[in-house]
Design a protein around this ligand. Structure first.
Ligand SMILES: [Zn+2]
Length: 425
């Protein structure tokens, strides 16, 4: 079967209009649904100040940890961008496919595997470098075999998903001239299905989860959830200590798969601080943040499918990459490059929205517990144990900060205390 020619102006124009409309809908949903202000307008502003809550030694340790891990992580990011740039601006992908033999799907699949293997091999020493620093600072508890197993599993999951997406795009482009329509619908559906199945399909690959043992802490947490009007059957404990000393908790899934998970490392903290962490997670559950994030992510993925159609059918891109048609296995590298660029470039926007959603969950925890003192103590414990960046520079903040910084979160607790006439921590 010869690949269908798909770059008719008609098909591209449809994808362009769909991108404009879907993009406008996505932006409108984000603009209206994001909690841009976590506290009411009358809350007195309090400036974040690391020196107020952290000792000079703690600040220095956070700075030296940041300096140690920044280089390997920036190099890894740079490698991703360079590899993606090569795939969208040179005929490297098409040349690789030209050397392969077999049916179209096998050649497309082999392209994904070979290109992923090449990038991951280059990235491997950077990962070892970063891991060495994590061990030096006492954050990682892994042996090299365990670290390797984790990394291989992680690469396998990502490559499996990437293969699925590339094969789907190639198959749709061979079958339909306006392949962006089924691709956009498929991208939305895949995002929703993945987010729903994530806690029961992906998370168990990396961790074991056990229900929190019966006792006063569990009783207190479930009572707090009931008081909050959030139905929680159980709190799960992840065996994170096999990997890290870091503290964390999260909500994942929605509907039947929704769960609140705490790291086993967190259970060493005082009970009232664990309660505050769970109160924050109840804020996410109550506001259905995972479902909201999934739907916005699905809309963004559908926009991405339209954008992908426009990019891979654009004349200059096709000439530079020697791509005959997106239905040709030679386009697999180009599709991978576009997906990688989209993932990196959309990160800062996801973080921007995510930080506001996190601030709302913090405000919820403060409203529920009315205990800004314990909130601040918990934030200090999280930041010191996880060696969080207390004052990231602008680039780090945009690229990596999925949460407000600890000093920002403590400043918000002080603002909440002033607003509510509770003693300021
Ligand atoms: Zn959160």
């Amino acid at each position: 079967m010869t690949p269908t020619v798909t770059d008719t102006p008609r098909g591209a124009r449809g994808a362009g209009w769909a991108l404009v409309v879907l993009g406008a809908v996505t932006l409108a949903v984000v603009a209206l649904a994001t909690p841009w202000r976590a506290l009411p307008g009358g809350a007195p502003p309090v400036a974040p100040d690391p020196a107020r809550d952290f000792t000079p030694a703690q600040i220095a340790r956070a700075e030296s940890f940041d300096a140690a891990v920044a280089l390997p992580s920036f190099l890894s990011l740079g490698l991703t961008l360079v590899a993606a740039g090569v795939l969208v601006a040179t005929p490297a992908g098409a040349r690789l496919a030209g050397r392969l033999r077999g049916p179209w799907w096998l050649r497309a699949l082999l392209c994904v595997l070979v290109l992923t293997a090449a990038v991951e091999l280059l990235r491997w020493p950077l990962g070892m470098w970063a891991e060495t620093h994590l061990r030096g600072f006492g954050l990682s508890t892994q042996t090299w075999p365990a670290w390797t197993a984790d990394r291989v599993k992680n690469i396998a999951v990502r490559t499996g998903l990437l293969s699925l997406m590339v094969l789907a795009v190639t198959a749709l482009a061979r079958r339909y001239r306006r392949w962006w329509i089924p691709a956009a619908a498929g991208a939305f559906t895949l995002t929703v299905a993945l987010s729903f199945a994530y806690p029961v399909v992906i998370e168990p690959i990396f961790n074991d989860f056990t229900p929190m043992p019966a006792g006063p802490l569990r009783d207190d947490l479930l009572a707090m959830a009931a008081r909050d009007g959030v139905p929680v059957g159980n709190v799960l404990v992840a065996d994170a200590s096999r990997r890290t000393t870091a503290l964390n908790a999260y909500v994942s899934g929605f509907g039947a798969t929704r769960r609140i998970v705490v790291y086993d490392t967190l259970l060493r903290a005082p009970a009232d601080q664990v309660e505050l962490v769970v109160a924050h997670e109840l804020g996410h559950a109550k506001a259905a943040d995972v479902l909201y994030g999934t739907l916005v992510g699905g809309l963004a993925a559908a926009c991405g499918a339209c954008l992908l159609h426009l990019v891979v059918s654009a004349g200059p891109v096709r000439r530079r990459t020697a791509t005959v048609s997106p239905g040709d296995p030679g386009a697999a590298g180009l599709v991978m490059g576009v997906l990688a660029l989209a993932a990196v470039l959309s990160g800062p926007a996801q973080n921007l929205v995510g930080r506001h959603v996190e601030a709302r969950a913090d405000a919820h925890a403060l409203d529920l517990t009315r205990d800004p003192g314990t909130f601040a103590a918990m934030q200090r414990r999280l930041a010191v144990t996880n060696i969080s960046d207390l004052s990231p520079n602008l680039i780090e903040y945009l690229i990596y900060a999925s949460h407000p910084t600890a000093p920002q979160r403590i400043a918000m607790a002080r603002s909440w205390a002033l607003l509510n006439g509770v003693r300021e921590p």
